[in-house]
Design a protein around this ligand. Structure first.
Ligand SMILES: Nc1ncnc2c1ncn2[C@@H]1O[C@H](COP(=O)(O)OP(=O)(O)OP(=O)(O)O)[C@@H](O)[C@H]1O
Length: 260
């Protein structure tokens, strides 16, 4: 970790269950500032539940989260002014145009009108949405929705940006654009935390990773450390979450081969 710099996010003993289902089973994490951080894990590992609690969208059963030294639940205003969030299944105001959505978000964030205009124009331009800026959000494609959601999350220049599966449904050109924006953002000292189960993506983007399975953190640290001697992050991940046994589909002896 960057010596002398406080962690961007400090998570202690985070726990959440839904009825009998334990989704997050005591997560402790210190996410270093100024890094591109990947939270990886198989389906149902608890990534979305963790990010929802960390960003103040879901109340934990127990545990604490601090962002920039402020407690997410006792000091929500200080925290929310420092973070940007692109949640899974993002809900947007569908009857606003892309530009109106940014203007609305910027004013909610307390930015002056001319500054919102300036930032919105630049973000729409960089994210290749300038042509579609007056179209209603309801008519945006999946990738365009991700991009306008990202623009809205970045508008107030947060210290930490949380992204739940930001590249899902995004074409390679848009993915490259988003990637460029995020790399520039972290290079300036900000922190990105994103969840994904696409290992190649995490490996190519992230400097620091946390591997989650069945509600627990299985490994955390700089990418090279977590990958260890394995050939790839994917190989290290399969070893960590013990997925080799079930991955081959050997039981599906009826599948293929012509017999119906
Ligand atoms: N609102 C809810 N009610 C009941 N169970 C839930 C709820 N939200 C999540 N869960 C359960 O908690 C566990 C963790 O889910 P979560 O969505 O956090 O996983 P994830 O790692 O984000 O998965 P994925 O990669 O598939 O999105 C799962 O078993 C899920 O079924």
């Amino acid at each position: 970790m960057d010596q002398g710099r406080a962690p961007a996010v400090r998570i202690e003993g985070l726990w959440k269950q839904f009825g009998q289902q334990v989704a997050v089973a005591g997560v402790d994490l210190e996410l270093p500032a100024g890094q591109f951080i990947g939270l990886v894990g198989p389906n149902g590992a608890g990534k979305t539940t963790t990010l929802s609690m960390v960003t103040g969208l879901l109340r934990p059963d127990s545990g604490r989260v601090e962002i920039g030294g402020h407690d997410v639940w006792s000091d929500p205003v200080a925290v929310k002014s420092r973070i940007g969030v692109l949640p899974e299944g993002l809900r947007l105001f569908e009857r606003l145009s892309g530009r109106e959505l940014l203007e609305y978000t910027g004013r909610l964030r307390g930015l002056p009108g001319d500054e919102v205009d300036r930032r919105a124009t630049q973000l729409l331009d960089v994210l290749d949405l300038a042509v579609a800026q007056h179209k209603l959000v309801v008519d945006y494609s999946t990738g365009m929705r991700k991009k306008i959601g990202l623009a809205a999350a970045l508008l107030h220049n947060p210290e930490v940006l949380f992204l739940d599966e930001p590249f899902e449904g995004v074409d390679p050109v848009s993915a490259q654009t988003i990637r460029g924006v995020l790399e520039r953002y972290t290079a300036s000292g900000a922190t990105v935390v994103f969840s994904s189960h696409v290992m190649e993506l995490v490996e190519s983007l992230c400097s620091w990773v946390a591997v989650m399975a069945a509600g627990r953190i299985r490994a955390q640290g700089p990418l090279a450390e977590v990958r260890g001697a394995a050939a790839s992050l994917q190989a290290a991940f399969l070893e960590l979450v013990g997925a080799q046994r079930t991955a081959s589909g050997d039981n599906l002896d009826w599948l293929g081969g012509g017999a119906r």
